[in-house]
Design a protein around this ligand. Sequence first.
Ligand SMILES: Nc1ncnc2c1ncn2[C@@H]1O[C@H](COP(=O)(O)OP(=O)(O)OP(=O)(O)O)[C@@H](O)[C@H]1O
Ligand SMILES: [Mg+2]
Length: 166
Amino acid sequence: MSRFFTVADATAMEALGVQLAHALKSGAVVYLAGEVGAGKTTLVRGVLRGLGFTGRVRSPTYTLMEGYEFPGRLFQHLDLYRIRAADELEFLGIRELDDPEQWIFVEWPERGAGALPPPDLKLNIQLREPGRQVQVEAPSGRGRNLVEAWRAGVQGAAMPGLANPG
Ligand SMILES: Nc1ncnc2c1ncn2[C@@H]1O[C@H](COP(=O)(O)OP(=O)(O)OP(=O)(O)O)[C@@H](O)[C@H]1O
Ligand SMILES: [Mg+2]
């Protein structure tokens, strides 16, 4: 299954993230691909806003991981741009990634190949200046349920600059 969203600007990208948050029921592993400046962190910021986090959302570019505690669930935001080999992950003090109840969002997941849990969602953000296109693949049953709820939320929100044509 492949779907996509068209996203006009950074505000719409955050709104897309808010809708993904509203669709999150169980834990989830989400890979975010796309070049530098594509909008991966912007989307994750929207997800955290949608989950009710009001503090500052920092890019994990230098820290590699930013963690957020929600009632009964940990949210881990990883950015693997700066690692050279996937086995570095285990030396970096990142907390267990194999708890299926966690929310794990990973920028530059290809750099952690083999050391990451398998994805429920694979997002690929492409530049379509001035906006973006977010391609969505759902390799798991949990991911497919998540995408359907996400699409329904985006359609219901009727947000300017955000559409789900496919
Ligand atoms: N449609 C759009 N969606 C998201 N961001 C956009 C869009 N148009 C412009 N932008 C801008 O692009 C930049 C995206 O930066 P962001 O840090 O989210 O990228 P990133 O993919 O996480 O990059 P990196 O790989 O360096 O972590 C921001 O400055 C944002 O305002
Ligand atoms: Mg980023």
